[in-house]
Design a protein around this ligand. Structure first.
Ligand code: SF4
Ligand code: SF4
Length: 167
């Protein structure tokens, strides 16, 4: 959608599939009708602000090498208030379990547990909270729902989904 000086989206258009675009009422995991996959946006000059302002982490973070380019990894990484979000192309639902991705995701989960940050993988509508030694498959988490972790010290021992209004 946007490009850094150092990196360009090039042939990647994966965020136009995995991200929800509220302005267009485009749900996550379906191609935007304006996207020509692998080529770009047909309404680029007039695309919504939320598209124009978006950069995935690969685009802006040199620590993620070329293997993490979303068109290659099938994974779009972003940060959230709670930590790291990894959106997996639903056409390749096991992409995040392949290497080098799985090992790196687990390492981020270890770091996250020490620093009270979450690592969440999204595959289609399904969300999976990844911890150093477990995966919590949370199913479909709606926009008005939140993941609540049960902690023992810094260790995550449980996770549930609750309505945001109940927090
Ligand atoms: S996922 Fe990242 S690299 Fe791919 S098109 Fe979107 S911003 Fe560009
Ligand atoms: S409007 Fe353009 S940039 Fe935004 S999701 Fe659709 S194809 Fe991608």
């Amino acid at each position: 959608m946007t490009s850094s000086v150092e990196r360009q989206c090039g042939d990647c258009t994966l965020c136009c599939k995995v991200m929800a675009i509220e302005t267009l009422a485009k749900p996550a995991s379906l191609w935007c009708p304006h996207c020509s996959p692998g080529h770009g946006c047909a309404i680029y000059a007039g695309r919504p602000d939320e598209c124009a302002s978006f950069s995935c982490l690969w685009l802006v973070n040199d620590l993620l090498d070329q293997r993490w380019k979303p068109s290659r990894s099938k994974l779009v990484l972003t940060t959230s208030e709670d930590g790291l979000e990894i959106r997996c192309d639903p056409g390749f639902p096991n992409a995040w379990r392949k290497e080098p991705y799985a090992t790196e995701i687990r390492a981020w989960a270890e770091e996250g547990e020490r620093n009270d940050m979450t690592v969440v993988v999204t595959v289609g509508q399904r969300m999976i909270l990844v911890t150093p030694d477990r995966e919590f498959d949370l199913g479909i988490v709606g926009p008005n729902e939140r993941i609540v972790r049960e902690l023992e010290g810094t260790k995550v021992v449980g996770a549930t989904v609750v309505k945001a209004s109940e927090i």
